[in-house]
Design a binder for this molecule. Sequence first.
Ligand code: UGA
Length: 449
Amino acid sequence: MAMKVTVIGLGYLGATHAVAMAELGHQVIGIEADPQKLAALQAGKLPFYEPGLDEALTRVIETGRITFQPDHNESSRTADAHFLCVGTPQVSGSYAADTSYLFSAVDALAPYLSETAVVAGKSTVPVGTAKELINRLSAAAGFSAHLVWNPEFLREGTALEDSLRPDRIVVGVPAGDAHSERVMREIYEPILNGDTGSAAGQTPFLVMDVATSELVKVAANSFLATKISFINAMAEISEAAGADAVALAEAIGMDARIGSQFLRNGIGFGGGCLPKDIRAFMARADELGVGSAVDFLADVDAVNLRRRQRVLDLANQELGDIAGKKILMLGAAFKPDSDDIRDSPALDIAVQLAKAGAKVVIHDPMSLAGVMAKHPELDSVQDLTSAAQDAELVVLGTEWKLYRELDANSFGELVANKTVIDGRNALPYHAWQDAGWKVIALGRNLENA
Ligand code: UGA
């Protein structure tokens, strides 16, 4: 049955969720306080790049099932559910997550909340936040509010797909609140029934207590970060021992207990989630008096950041001294198929190279506008041919298809020196070597390959 929902906060998570809800047939009111983001969405444009989501947005706007506004109005009173999707960024000068946007969101919602409406938190939060939000919301509304936690596991680049065909749906429900569970099941019914392409009855709908549901999200992201840092640690060892971390990952990944995903070594993880989530987890565990339980995450973070330094060391090694040398960074986004440059390893390396005196030219098919605004010290060049001109070193920082499919021969004619550091182990190195390139790939010794 079609329901009426509001989605509060329309960043990557909220905008995707709002479109997904409309795709499921629900009537959606998207609420976004930022006037620029709001105007873009009202005009049917996404304020960020996400493959397939813009077409889906146009489609659902045409059906009349989605509208956008700056804040709640009378229409919010008749909503069956309200999804909280605001950001929880890292507090500056601390590892903790800033949950203030969530508290502001429930304060703004309280006057429009009906007694039967269910508030569903989707933002990534320190465990214990939902309980505080329930208390705050109930006090402000003057009745016992229904609030559940419903973490989101979407990845940028495949956000809509992940929302419509998730591996599982997790809902943290306070003890005895059967109404909230029923409403949440009804909202996700089209997915559970198989209407969105997953096999009917095959998407697990996991109901648990609220604290566990909050933890599921941070635990999942911490595990993924740990897996990446594990293989990057193996890359460090491989480099020292003359072994090959890519072959190693392939071999251990074939053990079904380990699995091959998230075992790609390189310059490590970035983005708006993994780095901040492991830090917030450490901060929250400390508050709970069990900081030592996740001490290892400090190492996960450290290994991750060391891989960025490794590229700087390799650049110095190759160029003698990088001061004054022209280095081309291929990619600025934290991963391909995204224009997100938050905590991007590629961009961070480019900035560090520039700080060390190199003339850094940076190219990215989608994120250069953001780079230009934030990093005027880098030479952002839209045209790849001009960007490559006379480069003395090329670094692959983001494995866009465009770069993976470059013609190593003609590309080699543009640069001054055919040396490439493959920070993502993504280039077909035989073809590059055949075209006369020296290929340095993280965690590998290609001289022996
Ligand atoms: C991550 C999680 O994968 C999602 O499940 C979660 O919902 C999301 O955070 C979130 O908390 O909202 P995302 O940040 O979009 O999703 O990106 P990932 O695909 O996880 O990649 C993160 C980083 O790890 C990227 O910089 C990527 O290049 C890097 N990575 C990934 C590796 O270095 N090696 C790998 O093998 C895989």
